[in-house]
Design a protein around this ligand. Structure first.
Ligand code: ZN
Ligand code: ZN
Length: 357
């Protein structure tokens, strides 16, 4: 009996080992096919002409399993414009298959959560494309310091990359970040930052005091339009530039949920954290206030991003939104990393898919 049992055990172990090996071989085949497909069919050339908004970071400064630091890529035609580069922006853009084409970055302001992924974005862009010029970094005054700081911080690494791979693969002139500052003239609320190849980008002032300057961006391309609010309290300037826009990407903070963190901090005797949870409430926008802008200014769809606080359970999306869905009855989504909202130039549709699922 004991011998039979041992024999059965040996057979089971061999079967398990065989299944493990087969599983590994299948996984390798899947990996090979996926790599081949990704190399042969890059994402951006496969998109229909129009505007596409890719969420490369839907969160704010807090750690969130589903949402990296703020990053919104706008693809207009075959060009990519990355608004803000929060932590994990480069990795998420890479996972979404969006590197390989040249890109520029536009910063809304210089809070750390909006810039702390910039170094990796610049490095990934340099490594993925055959580029001989540094990453162009647009932003309000102050962007020169950010560009110079990141370029210096990555200078040693840039030297290593060129030395290792050679100047043809990693040309030294493609490394680093080059500032493209712009200023909104006194007495005005906006300035056109870029107008090239049918793509028009307008920066407008927002209300993120005491942080100044702070801007949002409007993109217009072939009759389609997107507004990205940046970090702001509910602002009439955002509303002005969002009027009639196809898609409004608006930041959102839930005061009741932030107050839950504040209460927990107070109960634990952590008065510093409690104070921060109070302070952040006056320079952001509630989901229902963003929804009111979407309703009053007749936007086509509302995508909430810069989600604060993190939502570790899907079931928290209802409490996060509050009455926002009653305020705005059009398409309203809470952004997640990987989201792709498409506005083709050929029609008036607005569709949401994901490049990560
Ligand atoms: Zn922020
Ligand atoms: Zn901010």
């Amino acid at each position: 009996m004991k011998r039979v049992f041992t024999g059965l055990l040996v057979v089971l172990v061999l079967l398990a080992a065989g299944a493990w090996a087969v599983r590994g071989r299948i996984a390798l085949r899947i990996m090979e096919r996926r790599l081949a497909a990704a190399m042969a069919n890059p994402v951006i050339p496969s998109l229909p002409d129009g505007l596409h908004v890719a969420i490369c970071g839907a969160g704010g400064p807090f750690p969130d399993h589903d949402r990296g630091g703020p990053c919104t890529a706008v693809i207009a035609g075959k060009r990519m414009f990355i608004v803000d580069t929060g932590e994990a922006a480069g990795r998420t853009l890479g996972r979404m298959g969006l590197f390989g084409t040249d890109s520029v970055v536009l910063l809304t302001h210089f809070h750390s959560d909006h810039i702390d992924g910039l170094g990796n974005v610049a490095l990934q862009r340099w490594g993925a494309g055959n580029l001989t010029t540094p990453l162009r970094l647009y932003g309000p005054p102050g962007v020169e310091r950010v560009a110079a700081g990141f370029t210096e911080a990555y200078a040693l690494d840039a030297g290593y990359r060129t030395a290792h791979h050679g100047p043809v693969v990693m040309p030294p002139s493609g490394a680093g970040v080059q500032a493209r500052p712009f200023a909104i003239p006194e007495g005005q609320d906006s300035v056109v930052v870029l107008d090239e190849d049918g793509v028009k980008i307008t920066a407008f002032r927002v209300n993120h005091g005491p942080i100044d300057p702070a801007v949002g961006y409007r993109f217009d391309y072939r009759g389609r339009s997107v507004v990205i609010s940046g970090d702001t309290a509910s602002s009439p300037v955002v509303a002005k530039y969002a009027r009639g826009v196809d898609l409004l990407v608006h930041e959102a903070l839930s005061t009741p949920l932030v107050n839950l963190i504040r209460q927990a901090a107070l109960a634990a005797g952590n008065t510093k954290r409690a104070q921060i949870m109070l302070d952040i409430q006056n320079y952001h926008t509630s989901p229902s206030a963003a929804a009111a802008i979407a309703r009053d200014d007749k936007v086509g769809a509302l995508l909430l991003n810069h989600i604060v606080p993190p939502l570790p359970l899907r079931a928290l999306e209802g409490p996060f939104l509050g009455d926002a869905r009653k305020v705005f009855t059009g398409p309203l989504w809470i952004a997640r990393d990987g989201d792709l909202v498409s506005l083709p130039a050929s029609d008036r549709t607005i569709t949401r898919t994901s490049l990560l699922r």
